[in-house]
Design a protein around this ligand. Sequence first.
Ligand code: ASP
Length: 306
Amino acid sequence: MFGLAIHGGAGTLPRAEMGGERELKYRAGLAAALDAGYAVLEARGTSLDAVTRAVMALEDNPLFNAGLGSVFTLDGRNELDAAIMDGRTLNAGAVCGVTHIRNPIELARAVMEHSGYVMLSGEGAEEFALNRGFTLVPRSYFHTPERWRQLERIRSGDTGLSALTISHVGTVGAVALDGEGRLAAATSTGGMTGKRYNRIGDSPIIGAGTYADDRSCAVSATGHGEMFIRAAVAHDICSRMRFGGRALGEAVREVVLEELIKLKGEGGVVAIDAQGEIAMEFNSEGMFRASRRAGEEARIAIYRPE
Ligand code: ASP
């Protein structure tokens, strides 16, 4: 058995504003990323490669809030965070607050495999990237008109929509199980629109936005990061399976629909366990998501129920 689940963020546009061509573009973006990751698994590649490929495809798509489509900080910059984890070895790598890296997930992976550290931030992360042969991109690479308009909406004090909704589409992430029974998780984000500069969310924090452990499951989260950090969301889901005897779906529902709601933490997760069971749960209006398991058709959804 092998399988993959991805997300393109929680806090979608209200259904009434979505629809039509716009929705088709998001669905096509999810399908392309899912295919990229699934192709790796089908060719007997590793779950780590599958989540890396899927997340890179989403980072390169301006519709999603990661890589190219990252949202702006309140003072008009783009600061990107990402993390990756190998469920077999519990190795992990993360970067936060990078400003010149086209695919932060690739750099997170390099941190995991070549730095001897788990997390590097800002300039130190970028110097490490240069040493590893990465090409740095100018800050202007991340300057997309749509994200700038969203920042202006926040700056003008528009409180009609939640910050997540104004971000339109949040963080991206992927979880996978490969044919050798290895789990992996990866998450990448521009954070939340209008965030204070140097603010770091849950995505690059191992155990909050990202976690993988072959003894339980792999999790990638999206949502209001502060609450996801406080609830240690990804690790809590794994622990409920490992120590509490929960099935994947139960563990995910307890954390997303009970623990997070108590904290008013809007968002959701995608998760996969060592048997290839997939759970995609959210407490926001929607969550861009897609999944595919060996021998099954791809599933793509935004709202509920679909
Ligand atoms: N979790 C991300 C953060 O707080 C944002 C998101 O998922 O939309 O940085």
